[in-house]
Design a protein around this ligand. Structure first.
Ligand SMILES: NC(=O)c1ccc[n+]([C@@H]2O[C@H](COP(=O)([O-])OP(=O)(O)OC[C@H]3O[C@@H](n4cnc5c(N)ncnc54)[C@H](O)[C@@H]3O)[C@@H](O)[C@H]2O)c1
Length: 342
């Protein structure tokens, strides 16, 4: 019998890749999503990828009654909690909506898990909990200083889960701090296709390549990085998804709380990513260098953030050894084409 794993936000970019990784690892994923930033179009694509229909519950993760029904109707053994709002600028503009969705959603979910006796949880946290790190690469023990509302919602949820586990040692919780997920499943079936305008570099480049956007704005020209633009630790989303499977198998063997960076430990600058994307799609992409103050990035923007994957257990290490995949951009481009073709 395959263990059922509830994936909140499972119709979204990372959640859909987690669903595929779980199914391929022999779990039975069950999606709960309210489609705030995704669409049902992902479902037939997931069916094609995993060879079976993936059951779906259309619900808001803050809806306690819907969660209770879900846990009553399915024998759920673990939860991967990806549902959340993630646009940094929107968080600054609507802090209450971000705390409500992300923090209140996590409270409702853990209460429902508690009531149902489900104690295994993998949480989508973010490197934004470090803010602008003092030194790179960043270890999990680095100071935590989230610099925006979004990062603060993630850290608030982490603290809640840390205290929950400390109060009841039967919990098994992994806090996965993602660095910069990029790319798409090599099939091109699933990828980053947000309902709203994308905020991340790679989907923006996919739109420029597809002719849906005239150019990409390049913020920052005087950061203390080799070419003056921001450096990020890009991890292939399929490797990131496998990190969730490895985290679950770690929690199956070992109760407690595990806090883990998911990144490679080396980075690429904005200009390097654009050049790589141009190679992947075989054409130049228009960019606009923003030297103007009006075009300056948000003050909370980090100029560099690289993971130090020092604390990874053996499973995660093995899984991230695969993460040298250099085809993240080609895969993103392939998905971009699929999205445009429909
Ligand atoms: N993509 C990144 O760069 C990144 C980096 C670090 C952390 N994360 C975190 O990973 C998680 C997944 O990110 P993603 O990139 O897949 O984003 P996404 O927007 O593509 O996916 C999130 C999914 O959650 C759903 N959702 C949002 N609020 C919900 C609610 N209240 N109830 C039910 N469903 C809800 C959305 O409809 C969407 O399908 C998020 O928690 C995000 O904060 C993402």
């Amino acid at each position: 019998m395959h263990a059922t794993v509830l994936v909140t936000g499972g119709a979204g970019y990372i959640g859909a890749h987690v669903v595929v990784a779980l199914a391929r690892a022999g779990y039975a994923p069950l999606i709960l999503d309210n489609f705030a930033n995704s669409s049902k179009a992902v479902l037939p694509r997931l069916t094609r990828l995993v060879g079976a229909d993936v059951p779906l519950i259309v619900a808001d993760v803050r809806d306690r009654a819907a969660l209770s029904r879900t846990f009553a109707e399915h024998r759920i053994e673990a939860v991967v909690h990806c549902a959340g709002l993630k646009a940094v600028a929107d968080g600054e503009a609507q802090p209450l909506a971000y705390y409500d969705n992300n923090v209140a959603g996590s409270i409702a979910l853990s209460l429902a898990m508690h009531d149902a006796g489900v104690r295994t949880l993998v949480f989508s946290s973010s490197a934004s909990v470090y803010g602008q790190p003092e030194r790179n690469p960043v270890a999990e023990s680095a100071p935590l200083a989230p610099a925006n509302v979004y990062g603060r919602t993630k850290r608030t949820i982490e603290v809640m889960f840390e205290q929950l586990e400390a109060s009841d040692r039967s919990w098994r919780i992994a806090l996965l701090r993602y660095f910069n997920p990029a790319g798409a499943d090599p099939s091109g079936e699933i990828g980053e296709a947000p309902s709203h305008a994308p905020n991340n570099l790679v989907p923006i480049l996919a739109e420029v390549a597809a002719g849906q956007r005239s150019h990409v704005d390049v913020f920052g020209n005087d950061y203390p990085t080799p070419d003056g633009t921001g450096v990020r630790d890009y991890i292939h989303v399929s490797d990131l998804a496998e990190g969730h499977v490895a985290a679950l198998s770690h929690l199956e063997r070992q109760p407690g709380l595990a806090t883990l960076n998911l990144g490679l430990g080396h980075g690429a600058s904005v200009l390097e990513v654009i050049a790589a994307f141009e190679r992947a799609c075989g054409k130049p992409l228009r960019r606009r260098r923003c030297r103007d103050l009006l075009c300056r990035p948000r003050t909370s923007e980090r100029h560099a953030a690289l993971a130090c994957p020092a604390r990874l257990g053996r499973d995660l290490r093995r899984c991230l050894a695969l993460a040298a995949r250099c085809d993240a951009l080609a895969h993103a481009q392939r998905h971009g084409k699929r999205v445009v073709i429909g």
